[in-house]
Write a new protein. Structure first.
Lengths: 139, 75
């Protein structure tokens, strides 16, 4: 599990996340979902069996937060996710898009969200429907 | 549309190689009013554009059958 601390918890203000220091409305501790339906945490997705990692990156591919199993490079995955979603949105002239990419070894879910690009990596035999439901809830 | 899908596939293929994830086999793009299902065959991309309500699993089942028929016709 990879987790970075952006601020001292003792100095956290009520408006900011105690763990990451971001404003609560944008912190990846709880990615905002449809109104009145709470939030989706990274743990909710990485807890699903055969999910190898999940994370949030900026539009230009820098990692914001991620949780990946050993052997999976979150920074590479974030860069790849941002690249694919940017090309897709530019090509199809749309502001929002999501891509499900099946490769020989794994499956990637990539979705443009308010805060950047959200991605999930899982094995081919994971429950892709369940992962998609979780990913679709994130706005 | 074909050119755009090919461009997206090339990008996905490069990224996949970069991550050592193997070849891209298929992908689904969801945008506002339509869903694009792409199945990669040996030398070509079979693309189906559907409404968002369509079931991608069913689309891929039929797409495979159609690809097999096309292969038979082409020999």
């Amino acid at each position: 599990m990879k987790s970075r601390r952006y601020s001292d918890e003792s100095n956290a203000s009520p408006d900011r996340c105690a763990r990451h220091g971001y404003e609560k409305s944008v912190c990846v501790c709880g990615l905002p979902i449809q109104k009145g339906r709470g939030s989706v945490k990274l743990e909710d997705i990485t807890r699903i069996p055969r999910v190898l990692g999940a994370g949030l990156a900026t539009d230009d591919g820098f990692i914001i937060e991620s949780q990946c199993t050993v052997g999976y490079d979150a920074e590479k995955s974030a860069a790849m996710a941002a690249q694919i979603i940017n090309v897709t949105m530019r090509s199809l002239t749309t502001k929002n898009a999501s891509v499900v990419l099946y490769t020989h070894n794994s499956v990637f879910f990539i979705k443009k969200v308010e805060q950047g690009v959200f991605f999930v990596i899982c094995q081919r035999d994971a429950n892709l429907g369940l992962i998609k439901i979780k990913v679709d809830r994130i706005t | 549309m074909s050119a755009l899908i090919a461009a997206i596939h090339n990008e996905a293929e490069q990224s996949s190689q970069f991550l050592k994830a193997g070849d891209v086999e298929k992908f689904i793009i969801e945008k506002g009013d339509e869903t694009i299902c792409v199945l990669v065959t040996v030398e070509s991309l079979f693309t189906v554009i559907t409404e968002p309500e369509a079931k991608p699993g069913l689309v891929f089942v039929y797409a495979r059958k159609i690809i097999d028929e096309i292969k038979e016709i082409l020999g």
